[in-house]
Design a protein around this ligand. Structure first.
Ligand SMILES: *[C@@H]1O[C@H](CO)[C@@H](O)[C@H](O)[C@H]1NC(C)=O
Ligand SMILES: *[C@@H]1O[C@H](CO)[C@@H](O)[C@H](O)[C@H]1NC(C)=O
Ligand SMILES: *[C@@H]1O[C@H](CO)[C@@H](O)[C@H](O)[C@H]1NC(C)=O
Ligand SMILES: *[C@@H]1O[C@H](CO)[C@@H](O)[C@H](O)[C@H]1NC(C)=O
Length: 425
């Protein structure tokens, strides 16, 4: 009969199609595992999140079981016949948020848990687009981060990944000898988060008084040579540190502060940096070690100094944003010198521990107001009003005297948020 060969062909195609499908499913799993645990730090992340917390979640991580026999007795913790389907469906296919996620990285060590959580809270409160947090933390803090962040019940707003403090695999031993891991982690972000295009790195003592989206949008203002954005270390050279004391090159007139650092990491990874060590230009990853070796006896503020040296040789690569995006005690302790902040403070940076001591009560008041606030409460009654009351008590200090700058943008941000929400309803 004439239809026979054709039918056989169809059958063959069907069978082949089915096999490809199965093959694709099992490999889709492989690819996603890699995504969950970035290649440069594969094992440790898995271990932390694995056996101790949430065994069942990790059950199907091992996709080597890509065929099964229903009579097999499998050890506890291995999944059997459901592997195909779980491999295909257990990893949430990234929800399409209608736009790219905004990435935020922070490094938390020692006693910085509460401060970091408060910073993340301020980011998530006002942001409009989806946020992806990359939290590098000492192992001992992982459990508390998980517990707190899993308690924030609005998955449509953010996602987080916890990483151990780590070095890139190349030269790891040498990095370990030279760098304090916690302090220098941020230098390695472009090498560790290889899949991430752009990222805002912040210190733990940052508070966002304006939607995260607004600082993120500086990325769109980058010209062809910009790779990163930071604020100046000082506005007033007379009280500047670098211009008076540094024993190494630094960017611009007063240096730059690395507590708020916006990066196009794709560009950072691609760029060849001019430097004062060789006549040839070097990649980011090849630059750090020789630079550190050359300047280690002369640097005071660790990795911020290295960034200053790098950008002093490559000034066309740095986008400098105004001081109200990284507002520090230095901007008001001897009188107000960040003129842009007259429009309000957008990002507050309580460096030198001022959130936790008595030296700058205005900074501390803002921190405590955010810390005290619980999601779901009214922002005016539970955040803004108590803050304003507390700030009234600080007017004997230089920073407290201009306390209206601390709440000017925050008030507007809260009003905008409520307006947005009432439009949605
Ligand atoms: C380190 O500082 C000393 C003293 O100011 C200076 O002589 C030396 O050139 C500096 N080293 C480098 C590598 O700049
Ligand atoms: C970062 O730079 C790359 C290369 O120039 C570009 O393709 C990408 O769109 C930039 N990312 C952002 C968020 O602007
Ligand atoms: C980008 O802006 C910087 C100043 O921030 C400037 O030095 C550089 O030449 C500009 N690059 C281009 C390609 O215009
Ligand atoms: C935050 O709460 C503490 C008590 O837990 C209180 O002393 C402080 O005044 C509060 N601060 C603000 C700004 O609400």
């Amino acid at each position: 009969m004439r239809w026979r060969p054709a039918a056989r062909l169809v059958l063959l195609c069907l069978a082949f199609g089915f096999c490809s499908l199965l093959y694709a499913f099992s490999h889709r799993g492989d690819r996603n595992t890699e995504q969950e645990t970035p290649t440069s730090l594969p094992r440790r992340v898995g271990q932390r999140t694995g056996p101790r917390y949430g065994q069942s979640e990790e059950r199907c991580q091992d996709f080597s079981l890509s065929f099964w026999n229903p009579y097999w007795m499998l050890p506890i913790g291995k999944c059997g016949k459901d592997c195909f389907w779980e491999a295909a469906f257990r990893y949430k296919i990234p929800v399409n948020h209608g736009m790219e996620a905004m990435h935020l990285a922070v490094v938390a060590c020692g006693s910085r848990l509460e401060e970091t959580i408060t910073m993340l809270k301020s980011a998530v409160l006002f942001s409009r687009k989806f946020l992806q947090f990359h939290i590098f933390a000492e192992d001992s803090l992982h459990y508390d981060f998980k517990t707190t962040l899993n308690g924030w019940t609005f998955p449509e707003k953010f996602k987080y990944t916890l990483y151990p403090i780590t070095f890139p695999t190349e030269n790891a031993a040498e990095w370990k000898k030279l760098f304090k891991p916690c302090a220098s982690q941020r230098l390695f972000l472009p090498l560790i988060l290889k899949e991430v295009d752009s990222l805002l790195y912040v210190d733990t003592d940052i508070l966002f008084l304006r939607p995260f989206d607004d600082i993120w949008s500086f990325l769109n203002n980058f010209n062809a040579t910009h790779i990163a954005a930071m604020a100046p270390e000082h506005e007033e050279p007379r009280i500047g540190w670098y211009n008076r004391f540094a024993r190494h090159p630094y960017y611009g007139k007063t240096g730059i502060n690395s507590g708020v650092m916006l990066m196009n990491m794709t560009r950072m990874r691609r760029k060849h940096f001019k430097n004062d060590m060789t006549t040839s230009r070097l990649h980011w990853g090849d630059l750090l070690l020789p630079l550190f070796k050359k300047y280690k006896l002369n640097i005071t503020w660790g990795d911020q100094d290295l960034l200053n040296i790098m950008f002093s040789h490559n000034p066309e690569s740095l986008f400098v944003f105004p001081c109200q995006w990284n507002y520090r005690p230095d901007h008001c302790i001897y009188g107000s010198n960040c003129h842009e902040a007259e429009d309000g403070i957008f990002v507050l940076h309580g460096n030198r521990g001022v959130y936790h001591d008595e030296k700058q009560p205005a900074f501390r008041a803002v921190y405590e107001a955010f810390r005290n606030y619980s999601f779901g409460n009214d922002l005016i009654h539970s955040l803004l009003n108590p803050l304003e009351l507390e700030l009234q008590k600080t007017v004997h200090t230089y920073c407290g005297r201009i306390h209206n700058l601390f709440t000017k943008q925050l008030t507007k941000t809260i009003e905008d948020l409520y307006r947005r929400q009432s439009n949605v309803r």
